[in-house]
Design a protein around this ligand. Sequence first.
Ligand SMILES: [Zn+2]
Length: 135
Amino acid sequence: MKKMSQVLIESQTTRVQTTGRLINNTTKVKDIHQYCALGALACEMQLFSEKQSSYHEDETYLIQPTQSEILRAYDIESILDENIECSYCDGSYDEDYNKNGIYLSRDLSDYIVHLNDYHLKTFEEIGKDLEARGY
Ligand SMILES: [Zn+2]
């Protein structure tokens, strides 16, 4: 199985990155063309699926995995024993989960979202950060 960090580093050249949601707004798997880091990880493991609408025969909607399901697909529990300290917070940010302005979280998937959405780090930067942490 590929490591999370490897998938993200490879995604740098193969996938278009987005923020604020897992993927671009679509109802079909084949139409997915933008991904946040977690969305890229989910797509690599084919965790998105379609379900046909029970009201309209020709309509489908997309079923998205949860954050913890995405990490579990890589054999990683999202909730860790210890806090992760963000590599990029410099102490001057004002945010919800801070301690002296540094993001701390025991949820690895939340940390990935923090890097993607808050710091706007690229797939490659996020992949290298995770690689350094052993993922
Ligand atoms: Zn941070």
